[in-house]
Design a protein around this ligand. Structure first.
Ligand code: NAD
Length: 488
């Protein structure tokens, strides 16, 4: 079936070079790579691909901006003001940014608009933090005045994925800049457009040259950032495998590393929950953003008594779910981000069928153009099946049956991940018992995706290292220094 393409104002794609030291420029070797519209499979633009030489230039620019020039001596409060200016400038270009994001990533235009708001809010939140990074005075033994200072960690290398391209840029920039760092950011090769547009907006908003640098490219570009001795910290969001590689590579220079990685988060429905809300949100917990969310509720544990009812209602929703052009306001699910992800998701679906899970809805490609996958629901999934253990990162939900509290705690924790979890129950004691016992960086009770800028977010175990957002997010861009003054 062919998918109609909604007529849309196409923004002119003008930022295609590397953004280094405040200006766009071609890569050292002149090499480019295409970025593709996943809804149509057409090339949107050719983007300069950063080489190790380009990364070196970007790191040197970031270092210069850190040590000399206006950024180095700027009052924290003035840095905060600049972040507020950047927030306003982004707000001004809201619609262009949202359209670019949808073209490049395939997410619904409505979701891209929300993402712009998330960017603006993150800048405003961290702008207020810039002059509130405190040290402590320490009551040591002897005649000393001893205190700590939090200093910017230095040049931050930021490597991000494609599922929330623009949000990932700003959620990395905002705490880093508020803390006084400078950055070299590499967007995902699938979705470089909004990062480059944001670089231009940052310059126009008055962020000094060299403070933010954007070097697009693939794994080799990312690896060059990780290896560079002039980078003090790596902030990475992406897959566990690449996270492990980065941690290994960073060991040679002992860079600071924060990792936001994948998950296979349990979403647990007890029979005493508010069922209608739980079903609606559990559906959204997996199918929102085409299932491409690190914290998606991909293991749906449902208590015996309500299992058949829940599974049928989710299947019913899937049958009506509108897959199609992400610019169409009626659309509920757009395409997967690229061919590789599309094929990976279809492979997992094939594997699930082969493993003997019951495929209740979907199970294949949707349409014949664009990387669309049918909303797929597997019932009677067993814990040991690959589809219940590995992150699929697509619109594929696994429903599992349980009958007992202790049983579900043990099964929910029986994973190498630990990013998020949700519990649905009206029993407050049970809710807290699970919140305490589940090994995950975030546990939501009677809600899903209760993410807030002020609350730390990150993973237990193989879902990551360190935390982003909130106070922890900005402290991760600081080094702690102790100063001891002898008083006698
Ligand atoms: P990925 O790990 O393949 O790529 C992420 C980024 O790393 C890209 O920019 C890529 O070019 C770069 N990269 C790849 N190899 C590299 C290397 N050797 N050295 C340095 N950089 C390298 O991940 P992906 O497929 O783009 O994204 C999906 C993954 O991201 C999922 O596992 C998802 O769960 C995770 N994710 C996690 C969070 C979170 O906050 N925990 C948020 C979004 C996505």
């Amino acid at each position: 079936m062919a998918i109609a393409t909604h007529p849309v104002r196409t923004p002119k794609i003008t930022e295609t070079g590397l953004f280094i030291d405040g200006r766009f420029q071609p890569s050292a070797g002149g090499k480019t790579f295409p970025t593709i519209n996943p809804a149509t499979e057409e090339v949107l633009a050719e983007i300069s691909e950063g080489t190790a030489e380009d990364v070196d230039r970007a790191v040197r620019a970031a270092r210069r901006a850190l040590q000399s020039g206006p950024w180095a001596t700027m009052d924290a409060r003035d840095r905060g003001s600049l972040l507020l200016q950047l927030a306003d400038a982004i707000q001004q270009e809201r619609e262009e940014l949202a359209v670019l994001e949808t073209l490049d990533n395939g997410k619904r235009l409505a979701d891209s608009r929300v993402d712009v708001t998330l960017c603006v809010e993150a800048l405003r939140y961290y702008a207020g933090y810039a002059d509130k990074i405190y040290g402590k005075t320490i009551p040591v033994r002897g005649p000393f005045f001893t205190y700590t200072r939090r200093e910017p960690v230095g040049v931050a290398g930021q490597i991000i994925p494609w599922n929330f391209p623009m949000v990932n840029v700003v959620w990395k920039w905002a705490p880093a800049l508020a803390a006084g760092c400078t950055v070299v950011l590499k967007p995902a090769e699938q979705t470089p457009l909004t990062a480059l547009r944001l670089a231009r907006i940052a310059k126009e908003a008055g962020i000094p040259d060299g403070v933010v640098n954007v070097v697009p490219g693939g794994p080799a570009t990312g690896a060059a950032i990780v290896r560079h001795p002039g980078v003090d910290k790596i902030a990475f969001t992406g897959s566990c495998e690449v996270g492990q590689t980065i941690m290994r590579e960073a060991a040679s220079t002992l860079k600071r590393v924060t990792l936001e990685l994948g998950g296979k988060s349990p979403n647990i429905l007890f029979a005493d929950c508010d069922l209608d809300t739980a079903i609606a949100q559990s559906h959204n917990a997996l199918y929102w953003n085409q299932g491409q969310v690190c914290a998606s509720g991909s293991r749906l544990f449902v208590e015996d008594k309500i299992y058949d009812q829940v599974v049928e209602k989710i299947a019913e929703r899937n049958r009506k779910y509108k897959v199609g052009d992400p610019f169409d306001p009626e659309t509920e699910q757009g395409p997967q981000v690229d061919r590789a992800q599309f094929e990976k998701v279809l492979d997992y679906i094939g594997l699930g069928k082969h493993e003997g899970a019951e495929c209740l809805t979907g199970g294949g490609r949707f349409g014949n153009r664009g990387y669309y996958v049918e909303p797929t629901l597997f019932a009677n999934v067993k814990d040991e099946m690959v589809i219940a253990r590995e992150e699929i990162f697509g619109p594929v939900l696994c429903a599992l049956r349980f009958s007992d509290v202790e049983e579900v705690i043990e099964r929910a924790n029986n994973t190498t991940f630990g990013l998020a979890a949700a519990v649905w129950t009206r029993d407050i004691t049970k809710a807290h018992r699970l919140a305490n016992r589940i090994k995950a960086g975030t546990v939501w009770i009677n809600c899903y995706y209760g993410v807030d800028l002020a609350a730390p977010f990150g993973g237990y175990r193989m879902s990551g290292l360190g935390r982003e957002l909130g106070e922890e997010g900005i402290l991760g861009y600081t080094e702690l220094k102790t100063v001891a003054v002898k008083l006698a």
